[in-house]
Design a protein around this ligand. Structure first.
Ligand code: IVH
Length: 694
């Protein structure tokens, strides 16, 4: 149906009083049309109420005639609960990453190689933003969205179709058959706009929950949520930028010959494609110009981009240029420089962490830096402040390297007026006033009073955190609130909270209390290593906790271990062994664990894996540097699934070191030891494949 007709039909439907099942197909087409206008084109032509009115009509009719519901109906976005975990699905074509360039010279080099290989004097490039979100692969068959898969390890990803259906700018149905296409795999990026990100954080704050750090992590985290309804609440968006696989009907020939034409096709089929900053450049000089123009205006966009992507425009060269094992030779990413801003260092606060470490935090005059407002930055320790010669009142340049954690680059000493003051490190704990201590070999001052309120709260926050007991709806703000109310003085109190009193607090309803109760209850059954990690014992990170938990039948077994026993475990050095030993020799800690057990927290290692299962059992691995296609966590999971273990440092106990880009001292150390097998990613994947037993 053409646009004009759909507009007329919309008006007819809006004024219609009596609906029958015969109206279902029309309602569906009209709603799909308006979803596209609203979510993809940003040009709604009816009001939200009018949309809701039609949506409700369709919902009513479908309730009466459930046999007429189709999977692509707009009502079907709100899907059911996902089963535990996500199925793993292989991509038709592996999802490669892109090679990076950082300056003009890199781009010229890329152009030179591409021209050499294609034997061309000149190549035209399409240039488009590099979206900073979560990559996704969509498959449409006979015009229907049949699945959506995360990038995963590049070869296979997770089936997140139900969650993707919550993204209104992704059509559930798209007219590919009009172009002779029967099956198509397309790639794109799921993002959260800056506006939605701010709104989402406001909402979290109003619920007393911890805020999220940045739009990218929120988008990628959302894709793996268990409940699609929660995904819908996040108002995600998606840009589609690549067709990776096409199967035509009959003997039709593909209707697009260039990348820019493929984007036009996607746009015509109802997808949001890159728009702002998109050009076809005749040569690399035009590419360079387009990139630098976009770098200037990146902050004006309503979504985060971290660079530009340059693709040889004519598709016939893609095949000829081919790919390395990591990335295509017909495309390259141009990464923007870290964003910088100048602001004033107003004051320094000293925060006490769970181990008593006192961290100076600079309070800045709030400044926008790449989509977020920065108003405080960690200054790490006393030496850092001295090295950077920072003073209160200084003008400082700050930077967000890799768009993650902001840092102070330098203070502008030539701008000093004389009104600046030296930053004095406290000698006593800012929370409990006990004397701070510093070990000779450390840069960190510590409060050694283990009952210090700041330490207690931080320990509870760590225990409940995502990588530990993962107690949802139990963020920092709530923990502080409950501590102040006197309900949460130490970790076991989590399991005896007065829920009736909590329900009376402002911002808490019956429902949210129920949710919290459930989350706390579920945490009791978390794997043992999470509980060990959650105790916050110094030097016991997640990996070490896994190794140690694996050696226990019960967490309290550890109180009978000697330092030597502990050191005999893979990857446990003297420092770690001593720290664990001391923790379990302290009766207060043992009491706490016994209390937890009485309160129902499972301390038996009921998930203990059988030794010698999996083809990599008995083998130890360590990853260093950035791997070209695999995420570190995915690679580590592959090892663990085959019974191998991950070590956190290079030692003679290590069997394999997997080396990515920018591998540093670990590689040198491994070479020196000599007995360690050094592999790149491709060799690692080969090893995993050959040793797979499950
Ligand atoms: S093209 C084979 N275009 O960047 C090439 N990727 O570092 C397929 N990305 O994994 C990718 N914006 O997640 C392409 N306009 C864009 C992109 C883009 C963001 C992401 C994508 C990819 C990563 C590569």
């Amino acid at each position: 149906m053409d646009e004009q007709k759909l507009i007329v039909e919309t008006q007819n439907l809006l004024s219609k009083l009596l609906f029958t099942e015969l109206d279902i197909p029309l309602l569906r087409s009209v709603l799909q049309f308006h979803e596209n206008l609203y979510y993809v084109k940003n040009q709604p032509s009816i009001t939200d109420q009018q949309y809701d009115q039609l949506f409700q009509q369709l919902k009513n009719l479908e309730a009466q005639y459930p046999q007429l519901i189709t999977p692509d109906s707009p009502t079907q976005r709100v899907g059911g609960e996902l089963a535990d975990g996500f199925a793993t699905i292989a991509h038709f074509v592996p999802m490669l990453s892109l090679d990076n360039s950082y300056n003009e010279a890199d781009l010229i080099d890329f152009d030179r190689k591409a021209k050499e290989l294609s034997k061309q004097e000149q190549l035209a490039y399409s240039v488009e933003p590099k979206f900073d979100g979560a990559s996704i692969s969509l498959v449409y068959e006979n015009d229907k969205l049949i699945r959506a898969v995360t990038r995963g390890n590049g070869v296979e990803g997770e089936d997140v179709t139900n969650n993707i259906k919550q993204i209104r700018s992704i059509p559930l149905q798209a007219p590919f058959s009009k172009y002779g296409i029967q099956l198509i795999e397309i790639r794109g990026e799921v993002i959260m706009t800056k506006q939605m990100f701010e709104r989402f954080n406001e909402m979290l704050e109003s619920r007393g929950q911890a805020k999220v750090a940045n739009p990218r992590n929120t988008a990628s985290g959302s894709l793996r949520m268990k409940n699609p309804k929660e995904v819908a609440e996040r108002n995600l968006d998606a840009f589609l930028y690549h067709i990776s696989y096409v199967q035509m009907k009959d003997a039709d020939s593909i209707g697009f010959l260039s990348h820019s034409e493929s984007l036009e096709l996607l746009s015509a089929c109802g997808f949001k494609t890159p728009q702002q900053g998109v050009t076809v450049a005749k040569n690399i000089q035009e590419v360079i110009h387009a990139c630098s123009e976009m770098e200037k205006v990146r902050d004006n966009l309503d979504y985060e981009i971290d660079g530009m992507v340059i693709k040889v425009n004519e598709l016939k060269w893609h095949e000829i240029l081919g790919m390395t094992s990591h990335h295509p030779r017909w495309a390259i990413a141009y990464k923007f420089k870290a964003r910088q801003a100048t602001t004033t260092l107003i004051d320094v606060e000293f925060q006490v962490g769970r181990t008593g470490a006192v961290t100076p935090v600079a309070k800045l005059s709030p400044v926008a830096l790449g989509g977020v407002t920065v108003s405080s930055i960690s200054l790490h320790n006393e030496d850092y402040i001295k090295e950077k010669d920072l003073r209160k009142g200084d003008q400082v340049i700050i930077e967000r390297a890799g768009d993650v954690i902001p840092q102070i680059v330098q203070s502008l000493t030539n701008k000093r007026t004389g009104a600046e003051s030296i930053i004095v490190f406290p000698t006593n704990c800012p929370t409990c006033s006990s004397k701070l201590e510093k070990e000779a070999t450390e840069a960190v001052w510590r409060c050694t009073n283990i009952d210090c309120p700041s330490q207690v709260v931080e320990r509870i926050i760590h225990f409940a955190s995502k990588d530990a007991l993962d107690i949802k709806s139990f963020g920092d703000a709530n923990i502080r609130k409950f501590y102040e109310a006197g309900w949460l003085q130490h970790i076991p109190d989590i399991y005896q909270l007065p829920f009736d009193a909590i329900a009376q607090l402002e911002g808490f309803g019956k429902k949210s209390v129920e949710k919290l109760k459930d989350a706390i209850e579920q945490s009791k059954k978390q794997p043992l290593y999470r509980k060990l990690y959650g105790l916050g014992i110094r030097y016991v990170g997640e990996t070490t906790a896994k190794t140690i938990a694996q050696s226990c039948n019960h967490l309290l077994d550890l109180k009978d271990r000697s330092i030597e026993d502990l050191q005999n475990l893979e990857d446990v050095g003297v420092k770690v062994a001593l720290s664990i030993f001391n923790f379990f020799q302290n009766e207060k800690n043992v009491d706490m664990l016994q209390q937890l057990e009485i309160l129902g927290v499972e301390l038996n290692n009921y998930q203990k894996e059988m030794p010698n299962s999996g083809g990599l059992s008995g083998k130890s691995f360590l990853f260093t540097g950035t791997l070209p296609t695999l995420k570190r966590s995915a690679a580590e999971q592959m090892v663990e699934e085959q019974g191998g273990i991950i070590l956190s440092g290079v030692s003679s106990k290590l069997n394999y070191l997997i080396v990515g880009e920018d591998a540093g001292s670990k590689l040198e150390k491994a070479k020196k030891i000599g007995s360690i097998t050094i592999l790149d990613e491709a060799e690692f994947l080969e090893l995993v494949k050959n040793s797979a037993t499950v």
